[in-house]
Design a protein around this ligand. Structure first.
Ligand code: PLP
Length: 373
């Protein structure tokens, strides 16, 4: 097989999805499968659907079009607030979009009217992560404007945690979010259907002893794909952490002098070039680099240590193990490494446990202005 490549075990992804769907379902919390970490890879999306997720979501319309083209017909939400240039595509391919700007919502309404299909809107509330979101005190007035807008329907509210920052949400945050839902209904009348309490960072709360209050949805990427809690980096009980593996070929293997002077390291590459001072092991050079993945976000077989990486090479100390030229090293990936590998042109994707996608109807054509690569 060609290298570098990502090998994907669809059965493990399906099992992770089902495990979370079942466990959260017991608390009345539905799961939206987030596909942006795999660039909307249709087989991975299909495995999430087979695992029982209520719908899918992605931050990029190109990824969503890719899934639609492959025959994914379940509800798909646009997670990132749409750009002006992609409103028509969002209306065409997404049932729902997450929004924070009234101007965009008005334009979505106009695009929806043109197509004759109403768009569901979920309002993102800023709850301390510092990325996007409407300020809580402005939410009621904002919701009133959305409700008055033709061709859009207010479907729910959502919070983000640990996207920019790395602070996990608390039970108190979930109470606040629930009260915001009550308050929007008090002010505006219509039922706020969906109260989405965040992403994988909120799984520990959701699986622990808790009251869900009004939180009835989580949007999960990392937990399903990698089985990890993004805040602690630790595995979530009962989930597979090895659904993805990266394989790269050894193109050089030899002992190197233990001490390489630090002066040879350009300072701007900083921590990527961790050059050991006293290193008796064998160094191998892999034909994979920062252009293919986030090398610092890889995990290596036990006894191996990451030495450094440049755009096209990764150096690993294999300790007492011998890895001949031409052999392949298997590595694990954290989220950043996975995301970049899945979007890298020169990294092949090999799928195990592939399902028949032809049973998923192909009723979504790409809009003419989008080029698929
Ligand atoms: C990426 C993203 C998610 C999913 O995050 P994970 O940590 O991978 O579960 C959820 N919501 C929004 C708005 C996102 O951008």
């Amino acid at each position: 097989m060609t290298a570098p490549r990502v090998e994907i075990d669809l059965t493990k992804i399906e099992e992770n999805a089902r495990c979370l769907v079942d466990r959260l379902g017991a608390y009345g919390i539905s799961v939206t499968g987030v596909t942006k970490g795999v660039c909307g890879h249709p087989d991975v999306a299909g495995a999430m659907v087979d695992g029982g997720v209520a719908g899918l979501a992605d931050a990029r319309i190109t990824n969503i079009v890719r899934m639609r083209m492959a025959g994914i017909t379940c509800p798909v939400s646009m997670l990132r607030a749409p750009m002006a240039s992609e409103l028509e595509a969002v209306i065409r391919h997404c049932d729902t979009s997450y929004n924070t700007e009234m101007d965009t919502i008005l334009k979505l309404g106009l695009a929806a009217e043109k197509r004759g299909a109403s768009q569901d809107i979920i309002l993102i509330v800023e709850m301390g992560d510092g990325r996007e979101g409407i300020l809580p005190e402005a939410l009621n007035d904002f919701a009133t404007l959305v409700i008055a807008t033709p061709w859009v329907a207010l479907k729910g509210i959502a919070a983000n945690f640990a996207c920019m920052g790395s602070v996990a949400p608390t039970a108190a945050d979930m109470i606040t979010l629930s009260r915001l839902a009550d308050s929007v209904e008090g002010g505006c009348g219509p039922f706020v259907d969906l109260v989405s309490g965040g992403g994988s960072a909120n799984v520990p709360w959701a699986l622990g002893e808790h009251t869900a209050w009004r939180v009835n949805n989580l949007r999960l990427g990392e937990a399903i794909l990698l089985g990890l809690d993004p805040v602690t980096g630790r595995p979530i009980d009962g989930l597979h952490t090895d659904a993805f593996a990266l394989f790269a070929e050894v193109i050089e293997a030899r002992g190197k002098p233990g001490t390489i002077p630090h002066e040879t390291t350009p300072p701007d590459l900083g921590p990527l070039r961790i050059v050991g001072q006293d290193n008796p092991g064998t160094r191998v050079v892999l034909a994979v680099g920062q252009q293919d993945t986030d090398a610092g976000d890889l995990t290596f077989p036990s006894g191996f240590t990451f030495v450094g990486a440049t755009s096209d090479h990764t150096v690993v100390d294999t300790g007492q193990s011998v890895m001949p030229v031409g052999s392949e090293m298997k590595m694990g990936m954290r989220y950043g490494a996975l995301m970049r590998a899945m979007s890298a042109r020169d990294v092949a994707k090999a799928v195990h446990g592939k399902r028949d996608m032809t049973t998923r109807a192909k009723d979504h054509d790409p809009p003419p202005f989008l080029t698929l690569v």
